[in-house]
Design a protein around this ligand. Structure first.
Ligand code: G3H
Ligand code: ZN
Length: 285
């Protein structure tokens, strides 16, 4: 069931769990996530990054995600991840995305507010949810690269002003996570999460959540994170499944035989995340 992102996140915030937002790139990945969601009755978000759109094409990717959302009974939002281009955001809205992210976090505060507001103005009247980012999340997510030295934590006072002025539905915050594979163990700033959650009226989003210890994720959720973005861990589970199969079956040349175990392995990883996020059994009809 395709739903608006705002409704998903508000339900999560009200009930103290988080919705998993998983990055999709092809049919097997979409199927792995949707089967996990269906099996555990977890609401979820299928999200497309810039790299995914470049790889699969917007139309293919949306058609896959829409089919998945329509055949399952669990609530699913289709979301544009890290949208940086206004024209592309319009294309996604026209295609039927139920949620989009405008990432203008690399600009100074006033410009971030202006760019975000412009998107809110076109999305809100047609019931499309808008996520924005304040502060700078380090690491690499496809084309978005933020050097560790340039990463800046989100300031709660600034966040309050940002949300009031833009009217966004959810806010991605920089609180110690980074995109990609971590070199050491990430340290989340829990006091900041708590302060942010008190300061702003909308649900908070955690990016760069792969590799974050599960107890830290659970604590972050208990303090107010309502959407948890996972990409890298899914890629790892997919390719691990694929490599394991090929190790045992070197001569196999059937893509279905090779991609099937990759899909299965990813499905297990998604279920594990959904259990950690507390979204299991939270689907409504
Ligand atoms: O926007 C997507 C996420 O923030 C994914 O981050 O690859 O570190 O899980 P990750
Ligand atoms: Zn991200």
């Amino acid at each position: 069931m395709l739903v608006n992102g705002k409704r998903l996140l508000e339900d999560a915030r009200d009930k103290g769990y988080a919705v998993g937002a998983f990055n999709v790139n092809n049919m097997e990945i979409v199927q792995a996530i949707i089967e996990a969601a269906e099996e555990t009755q977890s609401p979820c978000i299928l999200q497309a990054s810039q790299g995914a759109i470049k790889y699969a094409g917007l139309d293919f990717l949306f058609a896959l995600a829409k089919t998945a959302a329509e055949i399952t009974t669990v609530p699913v939002a289709i979301h544009l991840d890290h949208g940086t281009d206004f024209d592309q955001i319009v294309q996604c809205i026209r295609a039927g995305f139920s949620s989009i992210m405008i990432d203008a976090s690399k600009y100074p505060l006033e410009e971030n507010i202006e760019r975000t507001k412009r998107v809110v103005e076109i999305a809100k009247p047609i019931n499309v949810t808008v996520e924005a980012e304040l502060g700078k999340i380090g690491g690499t997510e496809d084309q978005i690269v933020v050097d560790e030295r340039d990463a800046t934590y989100t300031d709660p006072e600034e966040a309050k002003i940002f949300v009031e002025k833009t009217g966004v539905d959810s806010l991605a915050v920089a609180v110690g996570t980074a995109h990609g594979v971590y070199k050491g163990e990430p340290k989340l700033d829990f006091d900041r999460i708590e302060a942010l959650s008190k300061a702003v009226s909308c649900p908070l989003v955690l990016h760069g959540s792969s590799g974050v210890p599960y107890d830290a994720l659970k604590k972050a959720i208990s303090l107010g994170i309502s959407k948890v973005n996972i990409d890298t861990d899914l890629r790892l589970s997919f390719t691990d499944g694929l490599k394991d199969f090929l190790k045992e079956n070197r001569d196999n040349f059937d893509p279905r035989k090779i991609l099937g175990p990759a899909r299965e392995n990813m499905k297990k990883a998604v279920i594990e995340k959904m259990e950690v996020f507390g979204s299991v059994g939270k689907a409504w009809r």
